[in-house]
Design a protein around this ligand. Sequence first.
Ligand SMILES: [Zn+2]
Length: 277
Amino acid sequence: MASESSEKIMQYVDAHCHLHDRRIIGDISGIVQRAEAAGVTHMVTCATMEENFYATATLASQYPAIVPCYGIHPWFLDSLSPCWQQELGDRVAAEVCGIGETGLDFMDKNADRDLQMEVLTGHLSLARDLERPINIHIRKAWDAFIRLLKKTGPLKTPGLVHSFSGSADMVKLLMRYNLYISFSGSVTRPGAKKVVKALKAVPGDRILLETDTPDIYPSVPDPDPHGLNEPKNLPVIAQIASARAGVPVPDFVRQAYANALEIFAPLIPPAIHALRH
Ligand SMILES: [Zn+2]
């Protein structure tokens, strides 16, 4: 009974999701309700291109639990408008929001790596100038990312690398640049040896949790037949991650929640923040 009641009071921040996604936006009130019932007090939703900035802003204005971030994902650089950096900067300056999703993804050998570096550099400089947290995607581009960080120096306000897929050795390097490490449902995969090794290398005060909704559906015994992820799945991700990290669930969850607030509390309306504590 004791563990059941302590489970009920556990709280979560989904540090990275995409609630604007067309596959799920029609069910947004249900998604938010189910998240809140599961203890997910805030969801950091990331736009991925200029086209979905408006939908992201609308969601954040409708639901106080939704914290918006704006950025251009490395997969969608074809969508860049000529003044993207000015427009992104104007929007971020005018709103209570973070920056992202942005990053480097070298999985596709034909991707324009120079353009990705240039666009990420633009996002990093906005994050520095406007003192906002940044939500970063890195796939198969760790050396390039570290080179860039060496040039730009540590982030002024903390940021995160989402759905971490790097090595355990990379963790220490990233922390030096004021980055937190976020784990998604990929940590629940039975064969996730590298991710679990990295998870164990991250100090408790640097771990975050996310769903990357509607993608990266976690490996759970009773999956949703539609296969679309949602923030209500964060507790099961946390449970599996904590077991794999060898940390008791309540300690793991409490720490991840405190870490997320450390980064995102400045973006959470004070009334809501106060209510939750
Ligand atoms: Zn994402």
